[in-house]
Design a protein around this ligand. Structure first.
Ligand code: ZN
Ligand code: ZN
Ligand code: ZN
Length: 324
């Protein structure tokens, strides 16, 4: 039986010529720290693999993607977000399956290379070492052992791209700085377990898209180290937050919304119709959102308190305060 390391090395050897070109070329590009014209190599590499159909028990061959540069094949983002990436079809009974084949996900513009393993390989340490040896020159080299991680990465990137108010509120930087924080979140944050569960439930129709979106929003607020909204509109540093609540250069009046502020409440900018859910303090940069609930004063929702004490699951949604 072929080991995962062998399959992976097979895939690498299969595209040896191209990878070599890529390696030499990238070293030059990343060292000089600027982009030059890309050579006309393909944005995707494929491999023909054998599979056994779980439905009719017959063997069949199918083409799977083993390497994709998403900055030159942007449609792959959509395929991954729709769970259609590397789906294969049995030539005997027509049944569709997820191939489960490991692949390299490259984002040239971000300087990112991720080795994605839909299942954890047996010789994980050896596999990681082999990849590091070959591709260690990438500015960011990462390993994912769960399709949920690549899905969430794409979702978060897309969200930052599409939401200008989030970008305006954001204080975790951009480019590689933000990418590094997102990657840490994907690998370490316990919320990823909930996201994986919810994604599965949504896929099988056991949960609504809204449930999933709520959870993913929570991921963003956590990533951004945001704080629950203080009803006295005072930042921890004492500054007045209502002055910061604005969009399109105009201050928005909070009075009529005050009583309804909750994790499910959204205020829309009357001019651009973007959704607003909080404000950042101009004086100290702290960001507050009622998407994490509300507190009487900011001191009651201070970060120390939240860090040491995760609210129980059933409290996280409806509670007025994240702290007792
Ligand atoms: Zn079949
Ligand atoms: Zn606006
Ligand atoms: Zn402040």
């Amino acid at each position: 039986m072929q080991s995962v390391a062998e399959i992976l090395l097979g895939a690498v050897l299969y595209h040896k010529e191209r990878e070599f070109l890529k390696r030499v070329f990238k070293k030059v590009v990343y060292n000089k720290n600027h982009m030059v014209t890309l050579p006309t190599s393909q944005a995707e590499s494929f491999s023909i693999e054998s599979f056994r159909c779980g439905n009719c028990d017959q063997d069949f061959q199918a083409r799977v993607i083993t390497w994709v540069d998403v900055s030159r094949a942007p449609q792959v983002r959509k395929t991954l977000l729709r769970w259609e990436f590397n789906n294969i079809q049995c030539t005997n009974c027509g049944c569709r399956h997820f191939s489960g084949t490991p692949f390299f996900y490259e984002d040239f513009e971000e300087g990112l290379l991720v080795a994605v393993f839909p299942r954890i390989p047996d010789e994980r340490g050896t596999v990681e070492a082999t990849i590091r040896e070959k591709y260690g020159y990438y500015p960011v080299l990462e390993y994912f052992y769960d399709m949920t991680q690549i899905w969430t990465l794409l979702y978060l990137q897309e969200h930052y791209r599409a939401n200008k108010n989030l970008r305006a509120l954001s204080r975790i930087g951009k480019g590689e700085e933000r990418l590094t924080l997102i990657l840490r979140f994907l690998k370490e944050d316990p919320l990823m377990i909930d996201i994986r569960e919810k994604l599965t439930e949504t896929f099988f129709g056991d949960a609504t898209e809204d449930d999933l979106v709520d959870l993913l929003s929570k991921a963003i607020y956590k990533l951004e180290q945001m704080l629950p909204w203080p009803l006295d509109r005072r930042c921890l540093c004492g500054a007045d937050l209502s002055k910061e609540f604005k969009c399109c250069g105009q201050q928005i009046d909070l009075d009529e919304h005050e009583a309804r502020l909750s994790p499910l409440y959204i205020i829309y900018c009357p001019l651009c119709e973007e959704s607003l859910a909080g404000a950042s303090c101009e004086a100290c940069g702290r960001v507050y959102t009622w998407k994490l609930g509300t507190v009487e004063t900011a001191a009651a929702g201070a970060p120390d308190c939240r860090r040491n004490q995760e609210a129980p699951r059933e409290l996280q949604d409806g509670s007025r305060s994240l702290c007792p």
